[in-house]
Design a protein around this ligand. Structure first.
Ligand code: PLP
Length: 366
């Protein structure tokens, strides 16, 4: 058995001719930056997500920074966010001189606990930045109603949740802006770096476009401070092909997640992930919570079963972000960081692989 955390080779072998043709079309056209393929993908992604505007950018980290620049986030502003996420979520805030104000996670969903948001709001709070972690939508109704009450922006970090659904609508369509990553291992991934900023707001859309393109609308006229952050045409061409499969792939992830949960639920030391009945969780990661996590990881590795820890150190305990929150002040995030482990998850898994993985976990705890 050759089990991968994410098996991009298996995926490519199934859609090879379409991908190869799409790449060659771009090379033949020599339109490498922006152009028709990028426009096409922006339109297709916006239609798919049910939003007005989609802007291709260089990666998901840039998407977050551009979104925060577009809302005018600046020095000493505060952004309410989660410490239990990939570093980029906090990085973008700190990069702009603003301060991340961490709210602890709900220990069941691993997402921002909406009941703890209001107590963290101050006169400097400018935005709430939830993450749909592992592909499980954050509690958007509660978050949006708090944002409305205090007049705050909501930026969705949807890097792990392309196609996930909350109460009948795709994530990315709830906040003022949403940010997407097409890093190869994401559930919609390209063959390099790529990202996207989406919004329904005309004014924010115009700002995002300008910021991503050196603060400029008219060539060589720079109205605001911007950067160079574009989605490559080759990546857009690949994404146009893959977008046709995303629902099928997300459904398969969901199916494999159910299978994992079925087989693991009898083990006392393992807590399987759950999904609320009003969401479609797309299982970018299938992450369980266990006792003796590090030992389990070694044991699985000895059987050539890859696993990953998302994430071993909550962001408030990272050396780069010292001083934003005390150790011990975000207990659920700190505890989760010690107990979570992600199992192989991708749409091309085989049932016998899941059987082998779950039997191995049973063996470890027996
Ligand atoms: C991957 C990821 C990002 C960053 O995306 P890149 O394309 O790698 O820059 C941001 N936030 C979260 C939650 C992510 O998982």
């Amino acid at each position: 058995m050759n089990i991968q955390m994410v098996d991009l080779k298996r995926q490519y072998s199934k859609i090879k001719s379409q991908i190869d043709n799409a790449i060659h079309e771009v090379i033949d056209s020599t339109q490498f930056i922006l152009g028709k393929k990028v426009q096409e993908f922006e339109q297709n992604a916006a239609n798919y997500l049910g939003v007005k505007y989609a802007v291709g950018v260089a990666n998901g980290t840039d998407a977050l920074q551009i979104a925060l620049m577009a809302i005018g986030l600046g020095k000493d502003d505060e952004v309410i966010t989660t410490p239990f996420t990939f570093v980029a979520t906090t990085e973008a805030i700190v990069m702009l001189g603003a301060k991340p104000v961490y709210v602890d996670i709900d220990p069941v969903t691993y997402n921002l606990n909406p009941n703890q948001i209001e107590e963290k709001i101050t006169s400097r709070t400018k935005a709430i930045l939830p993450v749909h972690l592992y592909g499980n939508p954050a509690e958007m109704d509660e978050i949006l109603s708090i944002a409305k009450k205090y007049n705050l922006f909501v930026i969705e970090d949807s890097a792990q949740a392309f196609g996930a659904i909350y109460k009948g609508k795709k994530v990315c369509s709830f906040g003022d802006i949403a940010c997407i990553s097409f890093f190869p291992s994401k559930n919609l991934g390209c063959y390099g770096d790529g990202g996207m900023v989406v919004t329904n707001n005309d004014e924010l859309h115009e700002k995002v476009r300008m910021i991503a393109s050196h603060g400029s609308k008219v060539r060589y006229v720079h109205e605001i401070l911007g950067m160079n952050s574009r989605l490559d045409a080759i990546q857009a061409a690949i994404l146009n092909v893959k977008l046709n499969y995303i629902d099928e792939w997300n459904d398969r992830r969901n199916y494999f997640a159910k299978l994992y949960t079925e087989k693991l639920s009898s083990i006392e030391n393992v807590k399987t992930p759950t999904q609320k009945d009003y969401v479609k969780h797309i299982y970018h990661q299938y992450t369980i919570r266990v006792e003796r996590r590090d030992e389990l990881q070694k044991f699985l590795s000895s059987k050539n079963i890859p696993t990953a820890i998302h994430y071993p150190i909550p962001l408030h305990l990272q050396p780069a972000f010292r001083g934003f929150a005390e150790e011990g002040s975000l207990p659920e995030s700190e505890k989760a960081a010690k107990q979570v482990i992600s199992l192989p998850m991708h749409p091309d898994l085989l049932e016998e692989e899941i059987e082998f993985i779950t039997n191995s976990i049973k063996e470890f705890y027996s």
